[in-house]
Design a binder for this molecule. Structure first.
Ligand code: R1P
Ligand code: URA
Length: 292
């Protein structure tokens, strides 16, 4: 069995993981993932009981029970780089024995549900709608640090044609949602109006999402290029900042992951939601209803 040293897998003196501060026995199999630390309470207020609250940096987690099942919610803060920390530590909590620092022989698979926000890049996906990401395209550079990025046995998205046509000198990778969670959500009455789409994960909010405020982008046609160029037979539907990393790491580590997006902006029509808090609350309520 592989041994993970105290500098590869850092465990705090209280037996918790380095950044998340969660101890293995506190982890639930179902965890709602949010970006904003303040969103954690907006989710956990729907639990039947909360028994654990943890807070370190942007990583806030609450664990409790919902409909008789252990349940959790955890914030990652903004960005794929945070997701890299979150996924490594969640998986370690599930699949590494913190006493022996060795991988467990029996693997545990977590069900992770991102309740996030995003901007649409297609005119017909309006502000205040909900979008389920079936697949994600990562413009962040995380995957290239991991050997799995060249593993052809993993679910792949064929990006060759997209990369050729778009012609950007950027490393791009693709990853897919858990098909069983896509089935669960897309068949559910609460999600019957939701769009299914292909999400672009950007390594920033402004130029990497085609926004120009005072600094010019090197890619002035970014939004049009991305909204018109086909990925296989699909068009990219929306942009946010975490999903590709979640899908890539979940796929490799054997966890089930789905990313749900409250669409707050439509970049084609230049509209922004008049009540973003209401949209995210409504999405939270739908997710909670499905698990109740
Ligand atoms: C940017 O405002 C943030 O909002 C989106 C993006 O992915 C990014 O994290 O998601 P959350 O609302 O879940 O944070
Ligand atoms: N989150 C993003 O990352 N982009 C948007 O346009 C809206 C929310």
């Amino acid at each position: 069995m592989t041994y993970f040293s105290p500098t590869d897998l850092i465990i705090n003196p209280d037996g918790s993981s380095y950044h998340l501060n969660i101890r293995p026995e506190q982890l639930s199999d179902i965890i709602f993932m949010v970006g904003d630390p303040e969103r954690v309470e907006k989710v956990s207020c729907h639990f039947d009981r909360i028994h654990t609250k943890i807070h370190k940096r942007e990583f806030v987690s609450h664990f409790g029970e919902l409909a008789g099942k252990p349940i959790g919610v955890l914030s990652s803060g903004i960005g794929a780089d945070n997701v890299e920390i979150v996924m490594n530590e969640l998986d370690a909590l599930a699949n590494i024995d913190f006493e022996t620092r060795e991988e467990k022989s029996q693997k545990r698979s977590l069900n992770l549900i991102r309740i996030g926000t995003s901007g649409s890049i297609q005119e017909d996906i309006p502000v205040d709608s909900v979008l389920i990401s079936e697949a994600a395209i990562g413009f962040d550079n995380l995957a290239q640090f991991y050997a799995f990025s060249s593993d052809k046995s993993l679910p792949q998205i064929d990006l060759d044609q997209f990369c050729q046509q778009i012609g950007y000198p950027l490393p791009i990778y693709g990853a897919k949602a858990s098909s069983q969670l896509v089935h669960l959500f897309s068949q559910d009455a609460y999600f019957q109006d939701a769009f299914l789409g292909t999400t672009l994960t950007a390594p920033g909010f402004y130029a990497p999402q085609g926004r120009t405020v005072r600094m010019e982008s090197i890619l002035p046609n970014f939004l049009n290029d991305c909204s018109e160029t086909l990925v296989g037979k699909s068009k990219i539907t929306n942009i946010e900042m975490e999903t590709s990393a979640y899908y890539a790491f979940s796929g490799v580590l054997g966890h089930e992951m789905i990313s749900l997006n409250a669409i707050l902006a439509n970049r084609k029509t230049h509209q922004f939601s008049s009540n973003p808090e209401k949209q995210i609350s409504q999405l939270i309520e739908k997710v909670i209803a499905l698990f109740s």
